[in-house]
Design a protein around this ligand. Sequence first.
Ligand code: SF4
Length: 376
Amino acid sequence: MTHAGAYIHIPFCRSRCSYCDFATGIYQGELASAYVRAVVAEIGSSKNAGAHLDTVYFGGGTPSLLTPAQLDQILSTLHRQFNIDRDSEITVEMNPGTVNRDQLRAFRDLGVNRASFGAQTFDDAELAKLGRSHSSADTLKTFHELRAAGFNNVSFDLIAGLPGQTLAGWQRNIEQSLALEPEHLSFYLLEVHSGTPLADHIRRGLQPVPDEDLAAVMYEWMIERAAAAGYEHYEISNLAKPGFESRHNTKYWTGAPYFGFGCSAHSFDGVARRWSNQRDVQRYVENVEQGVSPVVEEQELTAADLRAEALFLGMRMMRGVDVREYNELFGVDLRAEHQDDLDRFREAGLVEFDGDLIRLTRNGALMSNEVFAAFV
Ligand code: SF4
């Protein structure tokens, strides 16, 4: 069976960004200690103990707010409970300005070999509008410290389509990112979630409504420019230098198993069962302390669910879905089953066929939600 990945959610941040709707809150020392104890206990009682893992991903939130000792407690417990490959990819999401060189060296010594780095934009005015707690100078400083600490696999997160952002501003952003030569780039088109301060600012006219058409132009421009700089566009929102694709995130798109620990973490057994944990951090800690399972949702996927997921998750990968493999797995001729939709999308230039592969075009990647809706 394919090796699994472990995801550990760390729900603490230094401040709250105006657009964020993740399960995360402001860092408090005591709560963080109790939380790490709870995560260790949850991993220690995992029903999947003994499974082979080849990726571990600390996401959040801002996992780099953990001390090396706390990270060590979690990693040691994972090592005791699971068979973790020696050459596993071990990622920690980090925000600029939240770590110093000693901490980064300590993370490296614990086996962390990949940093996913929340740069977002290099424009200080945009960072301030987003409520980010860092400046572009912090980004540069932390990036150089990452390199000095021996990190040779660094991913940048960037957000396009910010209110008031111009194409020229975005282009400067990308040029500054590329000049640093990270191994991987993840980029997101800004989504305005109701209930966030950003949604409120826009509603009250304090910030302009993001321009979706302009965001699409930014997306295209970035892919072209990054491709010219040697990055491969391997997933809708991700580009990598050859050999530096995110092994952990690829598990989500290819139906591999992954086990999530911590509040709001999701899991999949790689066959048909999904489950997810309590979203609220306090309740999660209380559950675990009282010996109550933090799992609040469990779902057994039907054969139809699995087929649909294999299609729309697989099509997130720019390589596309192999109709022959799909047929072997599910006994279904994809082209026949979705003929009308596929013909419509092909005529609209959203989908293309290449031998046995069906894939999104670049325009299709921009409108992927519409394409996927037809397959669900
Ligand atoms: S750093 Fe990330 S998780 Fe934390 S508040 Fe900002 S967007 Fe949300």
